[in-house]
Design a protein around this ligand. Structure first.
Ligand code: HH2
Length: 283
């Protein structure tokens, strides 16, 4: 029996009262990235000091981010995982500083990290494994009534870029996400708390990534808001041949928005907020 069906009446009423994710994050909303890691692909080491991470998060919200995504484990291609203790050591001091003042998403696949983050006020759990990494995570999200992002990834970060192959990347990602929504609902998470993410760069070639954004309508047709993270990713470097990926990131985010994305996960908040404000006004 789903967890929600076993809860008390008070739990059930609380369940009915929650704000659906599409109301909490109207289209378009910006999620600012705060990687508290030494090895993230574009901003590794920048925010390792909790005071620096805190300042970055506060600035992102001032610049118009709806939420900041705090992560203590790099998921860049080839990255090794980190231990629970190390991940907690990185993110907890940052969450303590932001508690109650800055809207926070926790980028983790570990139930214990999510539990600590939610206790410190995080409202969204961003799980790149879509609840396949830790069997406890679904229950933690359900018990807290938190929002959840389910992302598609083929393989795992250490090996995911070794010749990824699909017959039809878009329909395979859509089928995967549909199945993961069902698993999340089975774990007691209300569907209206969930958003979906094609996982740009996670076990995909440049052409797979482009096709997913071109045909984003296949994913929005699943009925859940779609989050896209393409900011500073290597697909943009491959397309432009440039190391300065700001203009490319903004163009990709605006295009993803036009194709139906609701939440854009970005490193450079101000230019994305400005561009998406204009794109939203013209929609
Ligand atoms: N991309 C990264 C990490 N987390 N979460 C979601 N939902 N969607 C994404 O596209 C996504 C994500 C990778 O980017 P970044 O955080 O900049 O790097 P790293 O994983 O190396 O810390």
């Amino acid at each position: 029996m789903p967890r929600a069906a076993r809860g008390s009446t008070a739990d059930f009423v609380q369940h009915l009262r929650v704000i659906p994710i599409e109301e909490r994050f109207p289209r378009p909303s910006v999620m600012g990235v705060v990687n508290v890691t030494p090895d993230s692909f574009s901003d590794g080491g920048v925010h390792l000091d909790p005071a620096v991470a805190e300042a970055a998060a506060r600035r992102m919200v001032e610049e118009g981010a709806a939420i900041v995504d705090v992560g203590g484990e790099s998921t860049r291609p080839g990255a090794d995982g980190v231990t629970l203790d190390e991940e907690l050591r990185r993110v907890v001091p940052v969450l303590e500083r932001l508690q109650g003042e800055v809207p926070v998403s926790i980028d983790t696949a570990k139930a214990e990290v999510a539990r600590r983050a939610l206790a410190l006020g995080a409202e969204l759990v961003n799980d790149v494994t879509a609840l396949r990494g830790d069997p406890e995570l679904g229950g933690v999200v359900a018990d807290a009534g938190a929002y959840l992002c389910l992302m598609h990834m083929r393989g795992e970060p250490r090996t995911m870029q070794l010749e990824p192959r699909y017959d039809d990347v878009v329909s395979e990602v859509a089928a995967f996400l549909e199945e993961r929504v069902a698993a999340a609902v089975e774990a007691g998470i209300a569907e209206e708390r969930i958003c979906l993410d094609p996982g740009i760069g996670f076990g995909k070639t440049v052409e797979h990534n482009l096709e997913l954004i071109r045909r984003l309508d296949t994913l929005t047709a699943l009925g859940r808001p779609v989050l896209v993270g393409i900011s500073r990713k290597s697909t943009l470097r491959r397309l432009t041949g440039s190391d300065d990926l700001l203009a490319a990131s903004v163009a990709a985010a605006v295009t993803a928005f036009e194709r139906g994305a609701t939440i854009l996960r970005v490193h450079d908040v101000k230019p994305h907020v400005d561009a998406l404000t204009v794109a939203g006004a013209l929609a």
